[in-house]
Design a protein. Structure first.
Length: 280
């Protein structure tokens, strides 16, 4: 196959899925890692794709991972309303997991301040969430921080984090995501963070995704899970009607939260919560 033909196929994959990984392209095209990287470099030189760690993304999609401080300023009002609604999914006496993210960080702050949720165990791979939950004199609140390698969004990811999560079982995993897409599903720009989030989902009986409307249509480099893997999605009510219709069919339950702090509007429950592997 000529280089131009390979590059056309690579571009088609990126345009269709929003992103493509080097490892997947090596298998599909039966060429070396270096050959794929050269093809991606050429496509990037022509402005057709953006190179990222481990692959390429459509130049029209978000390809970088903003830092925690930058993301915290985006859709702040919507994120606050979503976090308040998420508290309703926490039962005292249980165990929950919080992924990295600014909305899950707001949830951590609410959990730390609400003594009616005690006793409670919280597992997290988020440094800001762990700091928000730190209450030295509150012996009814147990916080477990995974190990791992730190990302620009202050998540701990990689093999150490994954091994920690594989040994644990929680009732609910609250997940923040970079993007939601009907085809790509839940995504993030960081390959290791995607793997770590998958381990977090596997550790839980139920997965609750916290995502404001700006996440709809965004596609990061790496897929975390399909929309059908989501038991509950909490979003603000600014989501457009087409997206609402798609999500009603795709996720277990859609909760639309009014930014004016009105009670959340749950959609009818479609499917029971999944049981994590190895969970009783």
């Amino acid at each position: 196959m000529l280089a131009s033909q390979r590059q056309e196929l690579i571009l088609g994959e990126v345009r269709a899925r929003g992103a493509a990984r080097v490892a997947d392209l090596v298998t599909r095209l039966d060429v070396s890692d270096m050959t794929i990287r050269r093809d991606i470099s050429e496509l990037a030189r022509r402005g057709l794709v953006d190179r990222v760690h481990g692959g390429a993304v459509d130049a029209r999609h978000a390809a970088h991972e903003p830092g925690f401080r930058a993301k915290r300023e985006l859709a702040a009002t919507q994120k606050s309303a979503i976090a308040r609604a998420a508290v309703e999914h926490i039962t005292p006496g249980g165990a929950i997991a919080l992924s990295a993210g600014t909305t899950t960080h707001l949830l951590a702050q609410l959990v730390a301040d609400d003594v009616t949720l005690r006793p409670l165990t919280v597992v997290t791979n988020s440094l800001p969430a762990a700091e928000a939950l730190h209450r030295p004199d509150d012996h009814a609140l147990t916080v477990i921080l995974t190990g791992g390698t730190r990302t620009p969004s202050d998540a701990l990811v990689g093999p150490a984090a994954i091994r920690s999560l594989e040994a644990l079982h929680v009732d609910v995993a609250f997940l923040g995501v970079h993007g939601l897409d009907p085809y790509a599903g839940l995504t993030t720009p960081n390959l290791l963070e995607a793997e770590t989030d998958r381990a977090l989902i596997a550790s839980a009986r139920q997965t609750v995704v916290l995502a404001d409307r700006s996440k709809w249509g965004e596609v990061g480099l790496s897929r975390i899970a399909d929309l059908s893997d989501v038991d509950v999605l909490i979003c603000d009510d600014g989501l457009d009607a087409d997206a609402v219709a798609i999500l009603r069919d795709a996720v277990g339950r859609l909760v639309l939260v009014s930014v004016d702090a009105s009670p959340p509007a749950p959609e009818p429950h479609r499917a029971p919560a999944r049981t994590a592997q190895g969970a009783p």
